[in-house]
Design a protein around this ligand. Structure first.
Ligand code: FNR
Length: 356
């Protein structure tokens, strides 16, 4: 856990924070942050896939008064980068989630606070001094899930992102005694299994949510409701049919099922299907503002970044997170300007994407 608050020298891109973060974390925590599932195939591909997409420069275009502003669910933001839900942020900085939330506000953006946050939802939103979004994990049953949801909504969270792609995910790190998922009632207990029963099917999956639960949740939630962790077109169709307000094309940063496609490779078909019927967010693999441009050009309305802002948090607390957001936005602006595109809305129609 780091206590640093000053921006290191010689940082020119968000990726420059990576080595500073590594130097400040134990190898166990570093592995927890950077690791992927299985052989790490999806983790690696998530980043590399952006290199297969090229750009086209459009000099002499008039981009005066260009900007990266956008509105999501009536909320105004200066740029399309949201901070993705990342668990246990006190592993990375002693002031944890509160630092990230302050940075999101300072950069006129948004943070999605994890169900597995290491600080209370109340203190995080107080530090933010703005409404935040809440990432919901299923709590084994409807009652427990509703309890957590109501707590977040009652202290001012104004959108709910339900993560569905990690139902059998257990804590993959032994947490220090003083760092816990403080907003959860108690660790999920698995009922005792018979000898012939499977830990996966009869244990974890017996308390995982299904589409019926999504339909039920949809009815409980009056604020914007998004589903995070979709890659398959049929699942996107169901999400739209259930009247969800948005979805996140995501493979959880390559941390759950190895060998699934990269988010970027499935984005164009999903964007075509969604075609404005819901808010389309994207994450997994964004490391630069140019990557962000490519995801926007392939159909995303907005983006979430995961590991890069945690590198900033580890290296320099709130200042580091704010700096990562600023660097990404600067790179996005420069990419837009050189591509002859003045606004986010113009990116999709710009024809500045080339598949290498
Ligand atoms: C995550 N992610 C995640 N997602 C979620 O819905 N709830 C969570 O608590 C967490 N926790 C978490 C911890 C760590 C250490 C990582 C790296 C990721 C997934 C996260 O929200 C996002 O989908 C990915 O991080 C995006 O990929 P990149 O930007 O890290 O490549």
């Amino acid at each position: 856990m780091s206590e640093h608050t000053a921006i290191p020298n010689n940082i020119l891109t968000a990726m420059d924070y990576q080595s500073h973060a590594q130097a400040r974390l134990s190898s166990t925590i570093w592995q927890y942050l950077e690791g992927g599932a299985g052989k790490g195939l999806t983790l690696k591909a998530n980043v590399e896939v952006f290199d297969q997409v090229g750009l086209m420069s459009r000099p002499l275009s008039n981009v005066k008064s260009g900007h990266t502003r956008l509105a999501l669910f009536g909320q105004q933001f200066e740029h399309p980068f949201l901070l993705a839900p990342i668990a246990y942020q006190r592993l990375f900085h002693k002031n944890g989630e509160k630092m990230s939330a302050m940075a999101a506000n300072a950069q006129a953006g948004q943070m999605v606070v994890s169900s597995l946050a290491s600080q209370t939802v109340e203190e995080i939103i107080e530090a933010a001094q703005q409404p935040l979004w809440f990432q919901l994990y299923w709590q084994g049953d409807r009652l427990g899930t509703l309890r957590l949801l109501k707590r977040a909504l009652s202290c001012g969270y104004n959108a709910v992102m339900f993560t569905v792609d990690a139902p059998v995910k257990q804590a993959v790190i032994a947490l220090p005694d003083n760092i816990q998922a403080v907003n959860l009632a108690s660790p999920l207990a698995i009922s005792a299994l018979q000898a012939h029963q499977s830990m996966v099917f009869d244990g974890w999956m017996a308390q995982a949510p299904t589409w019926d639960d999504v339909a039920w949740l949809r009815d409980q939630i009056k604020v914007p409701f998004l589903i995070k962790g979709l890659l398959h077109l049929a699942d996107v169709e169901k999400t739209l049919a259930l009247g969800c307000d948005g979805l996140v094309v995501s493979n959880h940063g390559g941390r759950v099922l190895d060998s699934v496609p990269t988010s970027l490779s499935v984005l164009p078909a999903i964007a075509k299907l969604v075609s404005g019927k819901a808010c389309l967010l994207f994450d997994s693999g964004i490391r630069t503002g140019q990557d962000a441009y490519k995801a926007l050009a392939l159909g995303a309305d907005a983006l979430m970044i995961g590991r890069p802002y945690i590198w900033g948090l580890t290296s320099a607390g709130a200042m580091g997170v704010a700096h990562v957001l600023k660097l990404m936005r600067d790179e996005l602006e420069m990419t837009m300007a050189l591509s002859g595109v003045p606004t986010l809305a113009d990116i999709k129609a710009s024809n500045t994407i080339i598949f290498n």
